[in-house]
Design a protein around this ligand. Structure first.
Ligand code: ZN
Ligand code: ZN
Length: 157
């Protein structure tokens, strides 16, 4: 999806509303700080690093200490509200927090836009091949780097 060609306020509203809903259903506490961290992550579809979140919270005059912010990130990850991009050591909001799901991430190396896709069978295929080699998978994240449609048209590639 093109980064500019959608109503992003809509994305943010949706994300916060689903977060409230899934946390209420699970009896998980979406504290004001956790919610604010989620909101900051959702400010764009770009990957954001923990220290950028800390900077933003600091600018707002908050007194959030790094451990508090890391705990908020752990909570959001555990609730499936965000995904961690291992290759970037950064975070992005998840569009489907209400269910556990297979996902792969398309990461633009130019603008850092991250698109979550769900290609059926990838997780199973990797798991099966690993098992054939006697390897038991405990976790896997498929991160695909490249250039997004916006950056491709901008660079004419
Ligand atoms: Zn997701
Ligand atoms: Zn891009």
């Amino acid at each position: 999806m093109a980064a500019q060609a959608h109503n992003h306020q809509h994305c943010i509203r949706n994300a916060l509303a689903s977060a409230e809903r899934v946390c209420a259903e699970r009896g998980a506490r979406l504290t004001p700080l956790r919610k604010r961290v989620l909101e900051l992550i959702w400010e764009s579809h770009e990957a954001i690093k923990a220290y950028d979140l800390l900077d933003r919270l600091g600018d707002e005059g908050g007194s959030a200490k790094p451990p508090t912010v890391y705990r908020a990130l752990e909570f959001l990850l555990a609730q499936g509200l965000i995904h961690r991009i291992e290759s970037e050591n950064a975070y992005v909001g998840c569009r489907h927090p209400e269910r556990t799901h297979e996902f792969q991430l398309l990461i633009c190396d130019d603008c850092r836009h991250v698109e979550e896709i769900s290609v059926a069978g990838v997780t199973r295929a990797l798991g099966e091949q690993a098992l054939k080699q006697g390897f038991r998978v405990s976790s896997q994240t498929v991160e695909v780097h490249g250039q997004c449609p916006d950056c491709r048209s901008a660079s004419g590639s």
